[in-house]
Design a protein around this ligand. Structure first.
Ligand SMILES: C[S@@+](CC[C@H](N)C(=O)[O-])C[C@H]1O[C@@H](n2cnc3c(N)ncnc32)[C@H](O)[C@@H]1O
Ligand code: FES
Length: 453
């Protein structure tokens, strides 16, 4: 049975630098061109394109096999794609100059490649060489640091529509020699392309990392740049058991706060529709958003129910940013911000919904218990509390994102961490909430919901 008329497997295997592979020979561009062309020719429902691991013809890539007949192609560049789609996929005539017809030679080459690969693996194993993926993981910070530095310097904006190293250095006021080295490294990471001495942004860098682009993520990514410095203190934090830099929950510099709230706003705007749909807004006319940040969730709740009024409690330094978002959404008549300290200030009373998103991970166990007890008093008799956070499984080794994020709180807060559904259930119960349940959501966060009654 074939759900598609044609199924194409194109190898995009990456191998260590210097080892021949389809990826090093441009398979990514071929794959993109293939998907684009299949779509442009209206063949999406007939032709399925799947990327795959090595097909064993690594020195002649990019390689691909077309089923059901099993036609093997080698050396397929992006420029060959229109001809293959038209001639082979539409007219049934494979492009002979790229087809491998020597079946015996093909099998022998695949077999020889497999033996070579296994012999190399055995030799490395016998010599006790560190596996590539482990090595890459340990050195991963180099790539991250390279991109983060480019973001800090706003280098992609400086590259603009194309610039020499000297022009970029002049625009961002950096050393020309060092700037050129950075530009070369970013080109190796494929965020830039160098042509005749001029650097150009890749489509991805131009879209997501340059000022003026609608999808520019740099303001939010600068928060990651700030976190980088904290993460470099992880060893000392593990020794001492707490953050050795400034407290995440204390008011920061204006730059820090802008980047932090921009990062929170980006995540929150993406998740808010799902959260609002899951929590629902019927019977909610008053909600309290504890540590509401940019206000993205309160705004989404208010837009979903015209009767709903929201109070956002956050630090005084965040208030002007939150107000900007509230005004931009045109809900200033129903969404208000109150400057205060969620650890100690009165929370108010009679709320149908108390929403606590991405807050509990900043706090210690004792602080969470205290906050939830005060939230219980703030919830109306028929109301609910909803916690959104990165909820860990009981043994705390998964999900991976949440387990790593716990370290983010170790390096950034005096007592924060990530917690399991079991812990939340127990705290909510101790604070007086009933019918406590864990709602798993697609993605990295989940909800814990408790009713007052
Ligand atoms: C991780 S962000 C979450 C923002 C928002 N709830 C969301 O999910 O997008 C944490 C928020 O808590 C606020 N915050 C931290 N400590 C606080 C405190 N002691 N009192 C009030 N707000 C605080 C921060 O300013 C920030 O807006
Ligand atoms: S890497 Fe593509 S065939 Fe081996």
């Amino acid at each position: 049975m074939q759900p598609f008329r044609i199924h194409v497997f194109l190898c995009d295997q990456q191998k260590p630098e210097g080892v021949p592979c389809c990826s090093a020979r441009g398979s990514v561009q071929t794959l993109e061109a293939l998907r684009r062309e299949v779509h442009a020719c209206g063949l999406d429902n007939e032709v399925q394109v799947t990327s795959c691991g090595s097909l064993g013809l690594c020195e002649h890539g990019p390689n691909m096999v077309v089923y059901p007949e099993g036609t093997w192609y080698s050396g397929v560049t992006a420029a060959d794609v229109p001809e293959i789609v038209r001639s082979h996929f539409q007219q049934g005539a494979p492009v002979q100059r790229l087809v491998r017809t020597d079946v015996d030679g093909l099998s022998a080459e695949i077999q020889a490649s497999r033996e070579k690969m296994l012999a190399a693996r055995r030799a490395r194993d016998a010599a006790g060489v560190l596996p590539d993926d482990l090595n890459d993981r340990i050195r991963g910070f180099q790539e991250s640091r390279t991109v983060v530095t480019a973001l800090e310097l706003d280098l992609f904006t400086a590259v603009g529509v194309g610039a020499s190293a000297a022009e970029v250095a002049g625009r961002i006021h950096t050393d020309p020699r060092a700037t050129e080295m950075l530009l070369h490294a970013l080109s190796a990471l494929r965020l830039l392309v160098k042509r005749e001495g001029i650097f150009h942004n890749s489509p991805e860098a131009a879209r997501y990392l340059t000022d003026g682009s609608r999808d520019n993520a740099r303001p939010a990514l600068l928060h990651t740049a700030h976190l980088w410095h904290r993460w470099s203190t992880l060893t000392d934090c593990v020794r001492t058991g707490t953050s050795v830099t400034r407290d995440e929950t204390a008011p920061g510099s204006e730059d820090w706060t802008e980047a932090f709230i921009a990062a929170m706003h980006r995540n929150a705007s993406e998740r808010a529709p799902l959260v609002v749909r899951t929590v629902g807004t019927s019977n909610v006319t008053r909600m309290l958003d504890v540590g509401g940040g940019s206000g993205a969730y309160s705004i989404a709740f208010a837009l979903a129910n015209s009767e709903l009024h929201a109070d956002i409690l956050d630090q005084a330094s965040v208030e002007p940013i939150t107000m900007r978002h509230i005004r931009a959404a045109g809900v200033e008549d129903r969404v208000r911000v109150r400057a205060g300290d969620l650890r100690s200030d009165p929370l108010g009373k009679g709320y149908d919904l108390v929403f606590i998103s991405a807050i509990c991970h900043m706090l210690s166990v004792e602080e969470n218990l205290d906050l939830l007890r005060r939230c219980h008093a703030a919830v109306a008799p028929s109301g609910r509390v909803v916690i959104q956070d990165f909820i860990l499984e009981s043994d705390k080794t998964a999900p991976r994102f949440a387990a790593l994020f716990a370290l983010n709180m170790l390096v950034g807060t005096p007592g924060g961490s990530n917690y399991s559904a079991l812990e939340y259930t127990s705290w909510l119960g101790e604070s007086g909430f009933r019918e406590v349940r864990h709602v798993k959501l697609p993605g990295v966060t989940g909800l814990m919901i408790g009713s007052r009654q």
